[in-house]
Design a protein around this ligand. Structure first.
Ligand code: HEC
Length: 101
């Protein structure tokens, strides 16, 4: 009986992380909300001068720049940030910011 409980617990422990990973996948919109703080609402820039706008760029520029941040290692804020983003996240963000492309 005790062994059955152990096996039951092991099954839970080993299957839960997979389950959690599926459930916890962060949506592109949620990732983009993290960019708002520095790049303005929906990447539209900050203040009248639209400082740091990323909306005024384009799909390909965005992908290239984000990939560059990911491969070039320095202590720039963007370099640090993109380490947690996958290639799929970057493409998802590009589709989010430049939907017409
Ligand atoms: C803590 C502030 C901060 C956050 C949060 C942030 N950025 Fe940035 N971002 C910057 C700064 C500062 C630069 C300019 C750095 C440089 O010149 O390399 C920049 C540059 C960029 C550029 C290049 C813009 C250009 O004109 O070439 C892109 C694209 C970009 N960020 C996208 C994002 C995305 C997408 C997110 C969210 C996942 C994000 N950023 C979150 C501060 C931030």
């Amino acid at each position: 009986m005790k062994n059955n409980i152990k096996i039951f617990l092991l099954v839970i422990i080993y299957t839960f992380p997979v389950y959690a990973d599926e459930q916890d996948r962060i949506s592109i919109k949620t990732i983009a909300e993290n960019c708002n703080g520095c790049h303005g609402y929906d990447g539209a820039g900050v203040g009248i001068k639209k400082l740091y706008s990323i909306r005024n760029k384009n799909y390909q520029y965005f992908i290239d720049k984000m990939t560059e941040y990911k491969t070039k290692k320095n202590s720039n804020v963007m370099n640090r940030l993109v380490t947690v983003l996958s290639k799929e996240d970057i493409i998802g963000l590009a589709n989010y910011y430049y939907p017409k492309n």
